[in-house]
Design a binder for this molecule. Structure first.
Ligand SMILES: Nc1ncnc2c1ncn2[C@@H]1O[C@H](COP(=O)(O)OP(=O)(O)OP(=O)(O)O)[C@@H](O)[C@H]1O
Length: 639
């Protein structure tokens, strides 16, 4: 499933869950990311199922094409990130399917991705990390009772019983094949201890049945099918595809090798791999130039009944951009053939999806390439095969262009249903013309069942919408409650946060107050007697001030008197030396003596009262500072 990036993956999960319930089993599409040293922000893995890409997309506007980054979300059955081991991938992707093999349930696994993204690594691996092929072999041979003589051999119509001489021939043939790959043979032995550790504890427990295991290995190169087990001249003869009336597709004449152990099977496969056309390209030095399909066929004999099933492990050649590979000549031709067959695969998947979605009779173009002809029956679901696609992705930004194409195909494959009831056109195309009435009736029946299915889907969708609406309402209510709680919490937390600070401040203030009160009382104690003295001095100062004021008033009065006397003296024109005479008047002189003295020197108008007044004046001035008074008088006299 692919869609624009949306918020709320929970809703997405719910929706997916709902769709899963509505649909039948889907093609399993896994994503494996290759470890990458260059950091890239083009891809983001969310959870273990969602990939968000920010790849450039061409947009046409105003007559011009522009590149702009678009976020897209792709859903996978599971995403294996860079750190995930081969063991985990085997356990997740292959193991359960192998368990169903003896029951007649076939399984096809495709690795698909850009060149150099890790398809071959995922299938074959290396000595340190064996891939899905050696693991599948080890798992099978460790868990089933494999027969040592090839009594039954897979054939077009199911199986053939072999004569003793034929059995001998088959055993010899495998021995010969193994000799041809002797130089490459010890690889499995080096891997096997690792494999045994990884696979320990897993058992199929099928001791009652007898199993005959055969393997075949073919490649599709430049739209020709070749037998990789046919020796070094395998390209000399092309194989042909045959299809029976039931829609089963066979490669006629493909070598089947009878194997009795994982090691034997692996050696045969290595011999075949040696024949693979591997050539250097600009992208990947060991690039696969063909699609190759490794098939393990198992004939299970149980109570005289033979059941045939197979595991097909397909390593598809990588999509290639001619611009980047810089291929020319033969390489260019190979590249074109690879891209064409992959393009047909993509179209087939698209048509199948449409066909399954609307139950129509659209023709799926399986026949347009050898690859789709061979895989078609499995993908269409008519044979009840389980199909798994492992998309390998190199997150390095330079592979972004190829990756976008790969993801498009992955998105389509993810939506395909398998084991569905929609009839496939493989057989219908071969069948003779239908009776019109029958076909109309069949069409009507189909339409009715389709209608019923749609009604059910409608009901389910309505239920889903109801559930969603209820969920939204619930979420809104929860949100409101949460907001209220948050506000309360904020208040509470701020109160709790400041309360201790306020308490601390109050305590501090109290302590300071007590401290300063102590200091003040200490000071008061210390300045106690001095304080009383100061108070006394202040009182004295006040008394002195009062006295001064009184003296000032007296002075003022005296001045007035003096003014008056002066005026009187000035009136006595002609009288001289008054001042000297007057100065001779002393305190000791009696009023009479003074009067006499005055009489002698002054005009008769200078009255006795004046003398008295002058004396009074003198007295008032002489308080405690005679000198000052004298000075005042002296000043007055000398004026
Ligand atoms: N998950 C991985 N971990 C470690 N190494 C890897 C991984 N995937 C790929 N490689 C390494 O990257 C290189 C290319 O990988 P591989 O040969 O599997 O690419 P491919 O997709 O099969 O390419 P082509 O389609 O061109 O054959 C190999 O050297 C392989 O060991």
């Amino acid at each position: 499933m692919r869609g624009r990036l949306q918020k709320g993956t929970n809703l997405m999960d719910l929706f997916e869950e709902e769709s899963r319930c509505n649909k039948q089993k889907l093609v399993q599409v896994y994503l494996r990311l290759k470890p990458c040293t260059i950091p890239s922000n083009l891809y983001e893995v969310r959870g273990d199922r969602y990939l968000i890409t920010s790849l450039d997309t061409t947009a046409a506007g105003n007559g011009r094409k522009t590149q702009r980054p678009v976020s897209k979300m792709y859903t996978f059955s599971h995403i294996f990130t860079e750190a995930v081991s081969q063991t985990e991938i085997f356990d997740h992707v292959v193991k359960d399917n192998l368990k169903k093999l003896p029951e007649g349930q076939s399984f096809t696994l495709l690795t698909y991705g850009a060149s150099g993204s890790g398809k071959t690594f995922t299938l074959m691996g290396n000595v340190a990390s064996p891939g899905l092929v050696p693991r599948s072999l080890e798992y099978l041979f460790n868990n089933v009772k494999v027969q040592m003589h090839p009594v039954y051999k897979p054939a077009e119509k199911g199986f053939d019983s072999l004569s003793n001489s034929s059995q001998e021939y088959e055993l010899l043939f495998v021995k010969r094949l193994r000799t041809s790959s002797a130089s490459l043979r010890d690889k499995y032995r080096r891997m096997s201890s690792q494999l045994r550790t990884d696979l320990s504890g897993s058992a199929l427990n099928l001791s009652k049945s007898k199993h005959y295991v055969w393997i075949s290995f073919i490649e599709i190169y430049n739209e020709g099918i070749y037998d990789l087990l046919a020796g070094s001249h395998h390209r000399a003869a092309k194989l042909v595809i045959r299809e029976d009336k039931k829609g089963n597709v066979y490669v006629v004449g493909a070598t089947q090798a009878f194997v009795r152990s994982g090691e034997e099977a692996y050696d045969v496969m290595v011999a075949g791999k040696h024949n693979l056309q591997v050539a250097a390209t600009g992208v990947h030095a060991q690039s696969s130039r063909s699609h190759c399909i490794f098939t393990i066929t198992m004939l299970t004999e149980d109570d005289g009944r033979i059941v045939t099933s197979c595991v097909r492990l397909c390593d598809l050649a990588g999509t290639e951009r001619a611009r980047r590979t810089r291929n020319t000549g033969a390489r260019m031709k190979e590249s074109r053939a690879i891209n064409t067959s992959l393009h047909v695969l993509e179209r087939c998947l698209h048509s199948l999806r449409r066909k399954q979605a609307v139950a129509n009779r659209a023709v799926v173009p399986y026949r347009e390439s050898k690859l789709t002809r061979l895989l078609g029956a499995g993908l269409s679901g008519t044979r009840g095969e389980s199909v798994t696609v492992v998309i390998t992705l190199n997150p390095s930004p330079e592979y972004a262009d190829e990756t976008r194409h790969v993801l498009q195909l992955a998105a389509v494959a993810k939506d395909l249903q398998i084991n569905n009831t929609v009839s496939d056109d493989l057989s219908s195309r071969e069948s003779s013309t239908h009776d019109l009435n029958n076909s109309v009736c069949a069409e009507l029946m189909k339409l009715r069942s389709c209608n019923e299915r749609l009604n059910v889907e409608l009901l389910q969708s309505q239920n889903f919408i109801k559930k969603m609406t209820a969920l939204v309402v619930e979420k809104k209510a929860t949100n409101a409650a949460t907001t209220r709680e948050l506000v309360d919490l904020e208040k509470e937390s701020s109160r709790q946060f400041y309360a201790p600070q306020i308490e601390a401040l109050k305590r501090e203030i109290k302590e300071l107050r007590e401290k300063y009160e102590e200091i003040i009382s200490d000071l008061k104690e210390k300045i106690g007697p001095k304080g009383i003295k100061i108070n006394q001095l202040m009182t004295e100062i006040a008394t002195l001030k009062e006295k001064l004021t009184t003296r000032e008033l007296a002075c003022a009065r005296a001045e007035e008197e003096i003014q008056y006397l002066r005026a009187c003296i000035e009136e006595r024109d002609g009288i001289e030396d008054v001042s000297n005479d007057y100065m001779s008047i002393t305190e000791s002189d009696s009023d009479e003596e003074q009067y006499e003295l005055c009489n002698e020197s002054l005009e008769p108008t200078f009255k006795k009262e004046d003398i008295k007044r002058t004396r009074l004046l003198r007295q008032s001035l002489v308080i405690d500072d005679n000198n000052e008074t004298d000075n005042v008088l002296r000043n007055w006299m000398t004026r």
